[in-house]
Design a protein around this ligand. Sequence first.
Ligand SMILES: [Zn+2]
Ligand SMILES: [Zn+2]
Length: 452
Amino acid sequence: MLYTDLNSAIDVGASAHLIELDGIRVLADCGMHPKKIGREALPNLSKILDDTLDFIAISHAHLDHVGALPLIAERQNFAPILASEVSADLALRMLRNSRNVMVRQREEQGISEYPLFGFEQIDALKPKILPFAFNRPRAFEVGGKRIEIEFLQGGHIPGAAAISFETSKQSVLYTGDISFNPSQLIRGANIPQKKYDVLIMETTRGSHDRDAEHSYQNECARFIENVGRVLRDGGSVLVPAFALGRMQEILQLIKNGRKSGEIPHEFPVFAAGLGIDISEYLLRQSRKNAGVSFDKTAYELIQPFRGEIVPAKDFEKKGIYIFGSGMMLENTPSYAAAAALMDHPQNAIFFVGYCDPDTPGGRLLKKAKGDETFVFQNLGYIARVNCKVDKFDLSSHADRQDLINFALRCDPRAIILTHGSEESRNWFMDEIIDLAPQICVEIAEPSASIEV
Ligand SMILES: [Zn+2]
Ligand SMILES: [Zn+2]
């Protein structure tokens, strides 16, 4: 098998993997780098010539996995786009929103190459999508060769899949983003015990371990308790959260907290933008799809936020503000809201997902309360970190030990480590070499093809 990682660096970045299996060419995911701007954020699509792909397969609808899909799909007339039904719907919503954000960035920040695609390119994806149900393999014939493709429940977020590709000669499993534990919204990954020749594995959480004290359940409980305390003490809580998956999970937790009496009922829950649309979609899905559970009571907590956000001017209404982005990136509602809340000691900013250390969220988490300042460069404002800042480990990625156990169970000939920092990938490499020296472990250089 020939494998090429099209992400531009060894980091979490833009997920895009070119897999060539017995002459059949598959692109698994085609994401956009969340921290880069303009064409820099794209994976190296120049490695793929026009009309040379046989399939484009999408693991899930986060933009770091689908953000560049319109740009590759328009050059591949013969490649169907394979995705779970939920991921296909969500991907189209995410891409429409991404196009709107790019238009705004062009106006506000003068990024002249934006938008990288328009609505017509997004609409052109729809007829190419071939929806897959989980655990229902499909066989295709390409150039006289047979390939069987199967989507397996990957946990992580609604619709997320690990995808297996099998020819007469070899089998490959691409994990996408994977989580083995159930969350408030979905069950954990369900991958039947089977041997794969090659495993292409995400490594998001390789750089740190989770101790028992910070189990997912404990972190959920701690979140509810802390939100309740801040509200009762007269503050507001900002929860920077991804619109897809994390926002709905937080809503479910707030619903639970209200039910148990830990979160007082009288405080409103505000959300902004895309998350509201995604919540409405997931509510509809949860009525007909056993794999998604998002309650009406949780959905009905949402009040769309329509106020103005001014640095240093605390929100008038005390409550919970669930705003994108999860890493508090510049020019997002959570970034602006942080500038409004940070100076006021009664408020809190609670992170609930991974924050890259170079993002504003990552920078804020390194600060100590009270004696430090935080620069909001894009707003021309310097705040004192007076509010409470905390992080709750509600990650929807598998813990590293679970991933290692899973990898060993697959008993592959080779493992390709991807979608994680260099430190993360190195941890996995050392661990696997220690435990199973017969497995060939690879960290592929960006855009360099490797034979495994
Ligand atoms: Zn993801
Ligand atoms: Zn990802």
